[in-house]
Design a protein around this ligand. Structure first.
Ligand SMILES: Cc1ncc(COP(=O)(O)O)c(C=O)c1O
Length: 372
């Protein structure tokens, strides 16, 4: 059986240090906040080149708290892509705003910035845009930042799948998540940086916004039992998760390089099969959270791979406008051809940093035989 991901393998590789760190937190009795949460926040911000990071309970909360900290709420419209995980859109609805769903671009599966610009120029009001760096590939931040300078909306990056991905911007290589007003991360166990449970973080370069996000995520508590917001909440990063994340963060660049090496091998070996292979936009460096092929007869190929013990996946089989929960927000005129085709065609091959070369070759042989 070739698994799609291997969080237990990552634990085994770092077992000694993780076991010691977890025991240390348990013995300290400091389960909420404390040195590991503060340490991780500083180290993660430094890794990204951002000024501030605020630990929260998961990536969905990160998006919701970031939107709320931007002041987004009832009466505001937020642009989201038609092809993403549901959390991107849920967060908008949960703050009381309205998601405006845009199609994605064919090349990188992220929000069509050109379409957002056209609709704003045609009179659509947009208070914030959530670009999703899907599969670890940076969205078109250059285009979005240019549009932002014209129209002044907030940008809340959904970086849940792209820890460490980089983009060439203004002559500099920068990590995603520190380019918008806020960047939101999930440390769900299978992410490029994964905890041993739920965890997340919000990143920003703005001190006041960081303080606002921290306030919202901690019951609006400005000083002990001094609650300055009516709608604060509890969304905190656990000390045990923070201790584990600190150790795994030290390996993130190396593990992302490993993902890139496996992706390069797939691309080299599968060149010529009857599928569209993923590519990187010039100046963008993906961290290959997923390696997504596009295949016309996807479901048959998926079933055959599974018969052979290869757990390929489909992220995601239903586009956002076609989800029952979001149908009210779908724009009947938009059609979303690219997102709908992606939902029909994407097939994600197993990829994780500690994947054995022999397993990579087994996947290649199977795909080649099915798509020759
Ligand atoms: C694109 C995207 N956004 C948001 C999330 C939400 O993160 P979490 O599961 O930590 O709430 C995920 C995680 O699955 C995701 O893939």
């Amino acid at each position: 059986m070739i698994a799609p991901v291997d969080p237990a393998g990552e634990y085994k590789a770092l077992k000694k240090r993780i076991d010691a760190a977890v025991r240390e937190v348990l013995a300290s009795g400091q389960f909420i906040g404390g040195v590991h949460v503060e340490g991780f926040e500083q180290e993660f911000a430094a890794f990204l080149g951002a000024a501030h990071a605020v630990g929260v309970a998961n990536g969905t909360d990160a998006l919701e708290v970031a939107l709320a900290a931007c002041g987004i709420g009832t009466g505001d419209n937020v642009a989201v892509p038609a092809f993403t995980f549901a959390a991107t859109v849920e967060a908008v609805v949960r703050v009381g705003a309205t998601p405006i769903i845009y199609d994605i671009t064919e090349s990188d599966f992220s929000i069509d910035v050109h379409a957002v610009g056209e609709s704003i120029r045609a009179g659509q009001s947009i208070a914030a845009v959530i670009p999703v760096h899907l599969y670890g590939h940076p969205a078109d931040m250059e285009g979005l930042l240019a549009l932002q300078s014209e129209h002044g909306f907030k940008i809340v990056e959904d970086a849940a799948q792209s820890h460490g991905a980089r983009i060439q911007i203004g002559g500099e290589r920068k990590r995603v998540g520190r380019l918008g007003t806020f960047g939101c991360f999930s440390f769900y166990p299978t992410k490029n940086l994964g905890a041993a449970g739920d965890a997340g973080a919000i990143v920003t370069n703005d001190e006041a916004l960081a303080a606002r996000a921290r306030l919202i995520a901690n019951h609006g508590d400005a000083a002990k039992y001094t609650h300055v917001l009516p709608d604060g909440r509890n969304s905190r990063l656990d000390a045990i998760q923070a201790a584990i994340l600190r150790i795994k963060l030290e390996h993130l660049d190396e593990w992302n390089s490993s993902r890139r090496r496996i992706a390069a091998r797939y691309t080299q070996a599968l060149d010529g099969v009857d599928a569209r292979l993923p590519s990187e936009r010039p100046g963008a460096e993906s961290v290959f959270h997923q390696y997504a092929l596009r295949i016309a007869n996807r479901d048959q190929v998926l079933a055959k791979l599974r018969e052979q013990g290869i757990a390929a996946g489909v992220h995601y089989p239903i586009a956002i406008p076609d989800q029952e929960g979001f149908a009210d927000y779908a724009d009947d005129h938009a059609q979303y051809p690219t997102a709908r085709r992606a939902a029909d065609e994407v097939l994600c091959l197993p990829i994780y940093p500690l994947m054995k070369d022999s397993d990579v070759e087994t996947v290649i042989e199977a795909i080649t035989a099915l798509l020759a």
